[in-house]
Write a protein that binds this ligand. Structure first.
Ligand SMILES: NC(=O)c1ccc[n+]([C@@H]2O[C@H](COP(=O)([O-])OP(=O)(O)OC[C@H]3O[C@@H](n4cnc5c(N)ncnc54)[C@H](OP(=O)(O)O)[C@@H]3O)[C@@H](O)[C@H]2O)c1
Length: 283
């Protein structure tokens, strides 16, 4: 039985995280998850009107311009999709006193710390990170009932993640270069979606870091995938500067879930989540 009076609007429902959120939420709620054709986030003048049509009780913003390198040359598109669209949803949520959930990113941080908690101050290095931080500030200044969920190094359904790209590359290459000097918290989208549902039922508004526990370099992450999948490939360690990449990325963007784990439960360790994901999808 679906809960009445709890209509949910979800953007990014075709993305890897959005798909997972939709799967869980649609069992309990009426979820409107417009495709890009139905609601293009770049066409910001359409957003408020769309909200007045579907009258959501909760707005979940998982849609975003996520190509971190391309955002450096397509600044206008990234700015509209990630910041200006959020501003419109915030306007609606503020006027109607609705709950807004925004999916933000580890890339709001500058990478100078080993690991970041919710109270650390963002200082984004790349344009994508700047758009996410601007959106966060817009939410904090205008709303009381909001959740800002910062997550990192996501993988799940679909092709837009490191694991899928790595596994595809192994099919044609026997030596693959992976960077050693970038650290993060690899996170299974399923665990973020489950945590988000816990938050919806709570009133613990504010910023929450939601990642699988722990920190690892890209290189060690690739080694773990290789070992678990028994892949026949040599992983060559390289430094980020050798690798290229247009956008400036933080040295470490690993996150700690201080708030969520003290209020609810600790998210599982990244190695355990990875093992389960690979078993479910590949093995
Ligand atoms: N991936 C990561 O490692 C990572 C890390 C930290 C935070 N995040 C954040 O987590 C959220 C989900 O990321 P993800 O990895 O699931 O992203 P994703 O797989 O790249 O999906 C992005 C979603 O946004 C939609 N979208 C993009 N531009 C749009 C537009 N102009 N109009 C309407 N829809 C548009 C896409 O629709 P189409 O299917 O039509 O393209 C897709 O549904 C994002 O907010 C992202 O910033 C991601």
């Amino acid at each position: 039985m679906k809960q009445r009076g709890k209509e949910i609007l979800l953007t990014g429902g075709t993305g890897q995280l959005g798909k997972e959120i939709l799967k869980f939420l649609s069992k309990k709620f009426n979820v409107y998850a417009p495709t890009r054709e139905e609601l293009d986030l770049e066409k910001t003048d359409k957003i408020y009107r769309y909200c007045t049509k579907v009258k959501p009780h909760i707005l979940i913003l998982a849609g975003a311009y996520t190509d971190v390198d391309r955002a450096e040359s397509e600044k206008e598109k990234a700015f509209k999709t990630n910041f200006l669209s959020t501003k419109e949803f915030v306007k609606y949520a503020a006027e109607k006193d609705r709950i807004l959930i925004f999916i933000s990113s580890d890339y709001v941080f500058d990478g100078k710390k080993e690991i970041y908690s919710e109270i650390d101050l963002p200082q984004p290095l790349c344009f994508y990170g700047k758009t996410k931080y601007l959106a966060e500030k817009e939410i904090i200044s205008n709303l009381k009932k909001y959740f800002i969920i910062r997550t990192s190094w996501l993988y799940g359904e679909g092709k837009n993640n490191f694991i899928f790209k790595f596994v595809e590359k192994v099919k044609t290459e026997k030596n693959i270069k992976v960077v050693t000097d970038r650290y993060g918290s690899p996170t299974y989208t399923k665990d973020v979606a489950l945590a988000l549902i816990t938050l919806i039922y709570s009133k613990r508004y504010g910023i929450h870091h939601i990642v699988n526990t722990g920190k690892v370099s890209r290189f060690k992450f690739a080694e773990e995938i290789k070992n678990l999948m028994k892949l026949n490939v040599k992983i060559i360690p390289v430094r980020a500067e050798e690798f290229g990449g247009v956008a400036k990325r933080p040295f470490s963007s690993a996150l700690k879930n201080i708030k969520f784990s003290s209020s609810f439960y600790p998210l599982r360790d990244w190695k355990k989540a990875l093992k389960d994901f690979l078993k479910e999808k590949f093995l």
